[in-house]
Ligand binder design. Sequence first.
Ligand SMILES: NC(=O)c1ccc[n+]([C@@H]2O[C@H](COP(=O)([O-])OP(=O)(O)OC[C@H]3O[C@@H](n4cnc5c(N)ncnc54)[C@H](OP(=O)(O)O)[C@@H]3O)[C@@H](O)[C@H]2O)c1
Length: 249
Amino acid sequence: MHTLHGKTALVTGASRGIGRAIARRLARDGARVAVHYGGSEQAAEETVAAIEADGGQAFRLRAELGMPGDADRLWAAFDAHADGLDILVNNAGILNDEPGIEHVTRQQFERIFAVNATAPFFVTQLALPRLRDGGRIVNVSTMLTRGSAMPRSISYAMSKGALDVLTSTLAKQLGPRAITVNTVAPGVIDTDMHQGRLVGDARAWSSSLSPMGRLGTPEDVADAVAFLASGDSRWVTGHWLDASGGTLL
Ligand SMILES: NC(=O)c1ccc[n+]([C@@H]2O[C@H](COP(=O)([O-])OP(=O)(O)OC[C@H]3O[C@@H](n4cnc5c(N)ncnc54)[C@H](OP(=O)(O)O)[C@@H]3O)[C@@H](O)[C@H]2O)c1
């Protein structure tokens, strides 16, 4: 199952959670993986170590996203390790805990757009000269851009809505190079992002959102990303793939 043998992938936010699972899966499929992280150096090192223990290849690179120069720093670090790219996964993101539109400050709003929309835009812009023809871009969005199970997270959903538009617009532009651009939209996934909120009644309620009656795991999302990163998805582009365990049904 080494369908990505000889390919190089970059996964942003691969130190923890969904990004770590994506990095491990792409490495198992044969890719050499750039494990991007922001602040969690130890966790990023653990991702690299887990990949190597599985017999894969990986290296880590740090770039704090959501500020001027972030994409330049990320690609400068990447270029020190690799010569060209085949797969970009824009996964890094943040969620804020906002009770509703009335309580969102301008600073919070601008911060969530900086990390979730502006950063992947410029990371992708600078990826294009490095991305080989036939490459893959996968953007990790959220089910909340198509359904409001959690109206509390309005600015988060708006920032991911911008990412969804990046997918569809760029897919058309990159078609002539046989580069596909797709979105994976997870439901509630049990990661640090929820910071201890998935306990007790809240955990039961979140689990009940899917007809399968459980929370999603990082691996549930990683396996969907792996399809869109593979050669098998060559005729799928500009697509928004629901990875919410049927929550939106
Ligand atoms: N968990 C869910 O329920 C869920 C649902 C739908 C969509 N998603 C999306 O899935 C993606 C991954 O979420 P997750 O649940 O795995 O989150 P997580 O466990 O909190 O991990 C977030 C990752 O993103 C990185 N990151 C965050 N802010 C960063 C910044 N400013 N600069 C650089 N790196 C940064 C973190 O790196 P460091 O720790 O090294 O800084 C970490 O590796 C996000 O885009 C999220 O919106 C998650």
